[in-house]
Design a protein around this ligand. Structure first.
Ligand SMILES: *Cc1c(COP(=O)(O)O)cnc(C)c1O
Length: 369
């Protein structure tokens, strides 16, 4: 890629290909792959990512909300799409656009069946979500009889998959807890298969589940963060390549004298002569204010330039004292050489939060590095 001349997020499709191939190399050949493209493809571009993954052979996509699935359908993506967190107000879009809802409560099950009947649907695909310990969304084991009885009264829906979500698959200190979740999921699935009389797809592993718990792969795995290049583990990160590189450019350089300050509320006061570079990226672009006052940095000519004072809405000022650079030079916020994982750790956050925060104001550029 040519050097950045404005703030942009580069989306490297070769990195995505690499990550897809690496993660699927951990699976049995028959295991299906559901690619999670919620939240604009983890802050990148869900349509660009989904098209590439469809070409690579992804079997399924998942989004959090119905409107995210609608965006994919509007781009002519025909792969099945699971909506992880549908709400009754979105049933219309869901059925109109052939999106497949995760059904996680008794109320949802009854309401969705009634809706599907109203729309004269036959065997509309639904996915039953079970709570095995995350306590976020999902049925519990004692709902089984209710579910099967409710389903038996209608031909309008059919269970395409049964799934659960692991709470701590990345944390091997909690291995016992995770193994318990996997065992509970296996038990619930066996019961529901026996009661339904047919076998839906079973799935419960996210990226860290793929990596750490082969026994949790079942019929399909759901991978998000790994596809975007982050594996929650230094050994795995070596095989994965960050897809997104957030870049910007130096707009202006100031020499700040001792006792002068930089930015709003005099957030930085110079203890000595300091060279400050102003960059056109701020909290409205996805750099949280908590990175201010030296916590966060950008990389300029391979050197770290820490943020001076407070993050502004549209700009940050960084310390380039001792870094040979000039107005117009490129600055990297995160990417393969200076990762989102490393930067987010500076504020006790995680790669997920930093990469999904890149706002829609930032221009996206697709490349193959
Ligand atoms: C977001 C999400 C995933 C993806 O998890 P990663 O850790 O990004 O791989 C999988 N399943 C569910 C239910 C999710 O909400």
């Amino acid at each position: 890629m040519p050097k950045a001349t404005e703030t942009l997020l580069e989306i490297d499709l070769n990195a995505l290909d690499n990550n897809y191939k690496y993660l699927t190399s951990k699976l049995k050949p028959e295991t299906k792959v559901l690619a999670v493209v919620k939240a604009f493809g983890y802050g990148s571009d869900s349509v660009v990512i989904a098209k590439e993954l469809a070409a690579l052979g992804a079997d399924y996509f998942a989004v959090a909300y119905a409107n995210e699935g609608e965006t994919l359908r509007n781009a002519s993506i025909e792969t099945p799409i699971l909506v992880l967190h549908p709400l009754p107000v979105n049933f219309e879009i869901i059925v109109d656009r052939c999106l497949e809802p995760s059904i996680y409560s008794r109320k949802m099950l009854e309401e969705f069946i009634a809706f599907a009947e109203g729309k004269k649907q036959k065997e509309y695909p639904i996915h039953l979500k079970f709570n095995t310990g995350l306590n976020r969304l999902g049925f519990v084991e004692k709902d089984l009889d209710f579910i099967v009885e409710t389903l038996s009264k209608s031909q309008s829906v059919k269970v395409k998959s049964v799934f659960s979500h692991l709470a701590a698959s990345e944390d091997l200190k909690l291995k016992e807890f995770t193994t318990g979740q996997i065992d509970d999921f296996r038990k619930i699935s066996e019961e529901i298969i026996a009661k339904l009389g047919y076998k839906p797809l079973l799935h419960c592993a996210n990226t860290s589940g793929i990596i750490n718990y082969p026994q949790a792969h079942f019929d399909m795995v759901r991978t998000g963060i790994g596809l975007y290049g982050y594996g929650n583990d230094p050994a795995e990160n070596k095989h994965l390549k960050p897809v997104g590189t957030l870049k910007t450019v130096i707009s202006q350089i100031h020499t700040v004298q001792k006792d002068e300050s930089v930015g709003y509320n005099r957030g930085f006061v110079a203890g000595k002569t300091t060279r400050s570079a102003t960059l056109p990226i701020g909290h409205a672009d996805g750099i949280p204010r908590s990175y201010g006052k030296g916590k966060g940095w950008v990389t300029i000519h391979e050197k770290k330039a820490h943020i001076l004072g407070n993050v502004c809405m549209d700009m940050i000022m960084v310390d380039v004292t001792g870094i040979e650079c000039q107005e117009g030079d490129e600055a990297i916020v995160f990417g393969p050489s200076s990762t989102a994982e490393e930067l987010s750790a500076a504020i006790n956050s995680i790669s997920y939060e930093l990469i999904t925060a890149v706002s829609q104001r930032v221009k996206r550029v697709v490349c193959r590095n």
